[in-house]
Design a protein around this ligand. Structure first.
Ligand SMILES: Nc1ncnc2c1ncn2[C@@H]1O[C@H](COP(=O)(O)OP(=O)(O)OP(=O)(O)O)[C@@H](O)[C@H]1O
Length: 234
């Protein structure tokens, strides 16, 4: 079953003097449980597409359906709620709060929920254990290595068990050994049921994905998946 369907997605950045068409009629579908690598040259539109799939950016036109919900026309508040429930984000820059411990950073997505503080802590501990950092929850980000900080960021992304995990160059700031460890972790999380879409510049990681979607000049040139399953797209 498709978790994501994107139909005729166009995106234009309009910064006053000149408009730039970053995505041109992108059509794709991603099945539940897939691990997809989103690749392509710099400027081809990968981050823009990831941001649209994560309901962070509103596409200029086109339709995005996630888990059967048309997210295209949701209001700001509904979009925020949708992101909290459905999407975990992992970025190249870890974006950890420097004055919070690793455990507190992982708890952040739960703060807005009705879950009790005790349960929030328990869930954060479990997420840290999943990334192999159960012993380091008390440390501040500055007291962790780059690889460990990225694993904390991954724990934060999965703490509320979102069905969809979006990763933008998750290994971009890491050395080979730490990059490989993060990739092994993502592969493992995928096996546990998270659907993953990952932007990467590293061809060595492409074989780890079930499918490679290649973008060029804002269009998909390989691996879009089928959009023709009856009943899924109106
Ligand atoms: N806020 C913006 N305003 C104007 N143009 C933008 C903006 N953000 C991105 N672009 C342009 O849109 C195009 C696609 O950008 P995007 O960041 O999606 O590419 P990318 O494939 O992720 O690139 P990279 O691999 O270098 O991160 C680029 O040409 C970029 O210059």
């Amino acid at each position: 079953m498709s978790l994501i369907i994107a139909k005729d997605i166009c995106h234009v950045y309009d910064s006053g003097e000149r408009a730039y068409e970053a995505l041109k009629k992108v059509n794709m579908s991603i099945s539940e449980g897939e691990f997809v690598a989103l690749v392509g040259p710099s400027g081809s539109g990968k981050s823009t597409l990831l941001s649209i799939l994560g309901v962070l950016t509103k596409a200029s036109s086109g339709i995005v359906q996630i888990d059967g919900i048309d997210v295209t026309n949701l209001g700001e508040e509904e979009r925020a709620r949708f992101r909290r429930e459905y999407v975990g984000f992992v970025f190249q820059q870890f974006h950890l709060m420097p004055y919070l411990t690793a455990l507190e950073n992982v708890m952040l997505p739960l703060v807005m929920t009705s879950i009790s503080k005790k349960e929030q802590k328990e869930k954060a501990r479990l997420a840290l254990a999943k990334v192999g950092l159960e012993e380091k929850g008390h440390r501040l980000p500055a007291q962790l290595s780059g690889g460990e900080q990225e694993r904390v960021a991954i724990a934060r992304a999965i703490v509320n068990e979102p069905p969809l995990l979006l990763a933008d160059e998750p290994t971009g700031a890491l050395d080979v050994a730490n990059g490989n460890r993060v990739m092994a972790l993502l592969t493992d999380l995928n096996k546990q049921g998270h659907t993953i879409v990952m932007v990467t510049h590293n061809p060595a990681y492409e074989p780890l994905a079930h499918r490679v979607i290649r973008l060029q000049d804002g269009a998909i040139v390989e691996g879009s998946g089928s959009l023709t399953r009856p009943g899924e797209v109106s």
